[in-house]
Design a protein around this ligand. Structure first.
Ligand code: ATP
Ligand code: MG
Length: 438
C-alpha cells in the first residue's frame, strides 16, 4: 500500500500494518468469512522510533476518519475529552480512535496513578463494543499501563517498534541524506554503524546538526568531520571546536605528547578494542581517550553487533572484551591502574545472567524458584567469580598473542585521541593477527 511508503525500512512491521489496514478498509471480505477485524492495536517502543508516523500511515491507508486524543488538558477536562472523542467516533463509525502517547494518561503504576483517565479509556473501549470503531494507541512504556486495559478484546494486537538496526538504519540514513550536499568522504555505512540502535528522530537530528556545522564553517559541502562533531556532541556532550583547516580533518584533536595517565587510559581502551576486533572483527565503532565525556570518564570504546552474532555468543564476547582494559594494563604495566569498576560490574552482570539463564556452569545453577535461594545465590556467586577469572585469563592471552596490534593502537590513540572503524581496520591490517574464538 502506497500510504506506507513514508515509512523507511521496517518491512515486517509494515506488513502487519498493511494487513490491519486491509481488515479495516475491506471489512466485508472478512465478515463474509465470519471473522471480525481486530478491535485495537497498540504500537509501543522508545521515543522517536516512528510510532506516530506508522499510526498516521495506518489511518490514511484504512480510509477511515480518525478521532485523535492526546493529553493536552488538565486531568478533569481531559477525562471529558476522552469521552467526547469516543462518542464522536461511534457516531461516525466506521472510524478510528487514536490515543497517541497513551502511557502519558492511562498510567496505572503506583507512583502516577491516572485512575480516572484509564478507567475512562477502558470503559469507553468497552462502550464501543459492537460498533465499527478501531482503537489505535501508541506508548513508550507498557509496564505502567494497567493489565486490564491491555487484555485481548481491548488491544488484540500489539506491535513493538524498536530503533532501526543494520540495513534499516542504513536505509533511513540514506533517506535523510538525500538532497544534501555531501563531500566525497561521507561514509553512510560508517554513520549507520555509529548510529546503530538509535531512534530515527536521533538520526534525523544528528544529520541535520552536521549540516548546521558545515553552514557555520561556511563550507559548501557537509563532510565526515561535520558528522563526527554532531555525533560526538549529541552522544557524549563533546563541544570542543574543530580546527577549520581542511588538512586537519583527520586530526580531530590537537596532538600532545602522551603523559603517563593518558598512556594508561590509551592502553586500557586499546585492550578492549583489540579483544573485540580479534573475537568479532569490525565490531569497534569508536575508541576515545582524553575526557570526551567531560572528565567523568577518561575514555570509552563503542561496539556494534555488526556481524549479527546470536545473543549468547555476543554476550560471551562482551564479557571477555569488558575485561580487556584491565588485562591490557596488567600485561603492559604489571599492575592494575584502577578505574575498572564499571567494566567489572558490567562483566559480572553478563556472566551471572549466563549462569542463571543459560546454564553455562551446569543446570543445577539455573535460577528457578523452587530452590533454596540463599544457597543458590552463593553458588551462583562462586561460579560467576570462577567464570570471570577464566575470561580474564583468556583476555590476557589474546592480548599477549596480539601485542603488535595492541601497541600500534595505543600509539595511535595517544596521538589522535579518537579512532574510527576504518582507522582501526587499517591498523589491524598492518599487524600480524593471531585469531581466537570466543
Ligand atoms: N521508519 C521511518 N522512516 C522515516 N522517518 C521516520 C521513521 N521513523 C521515524 N521517522 C521520523 O522520525 C521522527 C519521529 O517519529 P515519530 O514522532 O513517529 O516517533 P514516535 O515513536 O511516535 O516518538 P514518541 O514516542 O516520542 O512519540 C519523525 O520525524 C518521523 O517522521
Ligand atoms: Mg509519537
Amino acid at each position: 500500500m502506497k500510504e506506507f511508503d513514508k515509512i523507511i525500512g521496517y518491512s515486517s512491521e509494515k506488513k502487519e500494518l498493511e494487513q490491519i489496514a486491509d481488515c479495516l478498509k475491506n471489512s466485508d471480505v472478512y465478515k463474509k468469512l465470519g471473522v471480525n477485524a481486530p478491535r485495537g492495536l497498540l504500537l509501543h517502543g522508545e521515543p522517536g522510533v516512528g510510532k506516530t508516523l506508522m499510526s498516521a500511515c495506518l489511518i490514511e491507508a484504512s480510509g477511515r476518519k480518525a478521532f485523535i486524543c492526546r493529553k493536552n488538558k488538565p486531568d478533569g477536562a481531559f477525562v471529558s475529552e476522552i469521552t467526547r472523542v469516543f462518542s464522536e467516533a461511534k457516531e461516525n463509525a466506521p472510524s478510528i480512535v487514536f490515543l497517541d502517547d497513551m502511557d502519558k494518561f492511562a498510567n496505572g503504576d503506583s507512583r502516577h496513578r491516572d485512575t480516572d483517565e484509564y478507567v475512562t479509556v477502558q470503559s469507553c473501549i468497552d462502550s464501543i463494543k459492537g460498533s465499527d470503531v478501531f482503537v489505535l494507541a501508541t506508548a513508550n512504556r507498557t509496564d505502567c499501563l494497567p493489565r486490564s486495559l491491555l487484555r485481548a478484546g481491548r488491544f488484540d494486537r500489539r506491535l513493538r517498534v524498536s530503533a532501526p538496526k543494520g540495513a534499516d538504519a542504513l536505509e533511513i540514513i540514506s533517506h535523510y541524506l538525500e538532497g544534501k550536499n555531501l563531500a566525497d568522504d561521507v561514509d553512510k555505512k560508517y554513520i549507520a554503524r555509529l548510529m546503530d540502535g538509535h531512534s530515527c528522530a536521533k538520526l534525523e537530528t544528528i544529520i541535520n546538526e552536521a549540516g548546521l556545522y558545515a553552514g557555520f564553517d561556511r563550507k559548501d559541502k557537509i563532510s565526515m568531520s561535520h558528522f563526527m562533531r554532531a555525533y560526538l556532541r549529541d552522544m557524549y556532550g563533546e563541544t570542543r571546536d574543530e580546527d577549520d583547516d581542511e588538512d586537519d580533518d583527520d586530526d580531530y584533536y590537537s596532538s600532545t605528547a602522551p603523559d603517563a595517565q593518558l598512556l594508561r587510559v590509551a592502553c586500557h581502551e586499546a585492550g578492549h578494542a583489540v579483544i573485540s576486533e580479534i573475537l568479532d572483527p569490525g565490531s569497534v565503532t569508536l575508541v576515545s581517550v582524553g575526557g570526551l565525556r567531560g572528565g567523568d570518564r577518561d575514555g570509552f570504546t563503542a561496539y556494534c553487533n555488526v556481524n549479527s552474532l546470536p545473543p549468547f555468543e555476543n554476550a560471551v564476547i562482551r564479557a571477555i572484551t569488558g575485561l580487556g582494559g584491565m588485562a591490557a594494563v596488567e600485561n603492559k604495566f604489571g599492575i592494575n591502574h584502577g578505574g575498572a569498576a564499571a567494566d567489572l560490574d558490567s562483566v559480572f552482570g553478563i556472566v551471572s545472567k549466563m549462569i542463571e539463564n543459560d546454564g553455562i556452569c551446569g543446570l543445577h545453577l539455573h535460577g528457578y524458584g523452587f530452590r533454596n535461594t540463599s544457597d543458590l545465590d552463593s553458588k551462583i556467586e562462586q561460579a560467576t567469580i570462577a567464570e570471570v577469572e577464566k575470561y580474564y585469563l583468556k583476555a590476557k592471552q589474546i592480548l599477549a598473542c596480539n601485542s603488535e596490534f595492541l601497541d600500534k593502537l595505543i600509539t595511535a590513540l595517544s596521538e589522535k585521541k579518537l579512532l574510527t572503524t576504518p582507522e582501526i581496520g587499517e591498523i589491524r591490517n598492518s599487524c600480524k593477527i593471531v585469531p581466537f574464538a570466543a
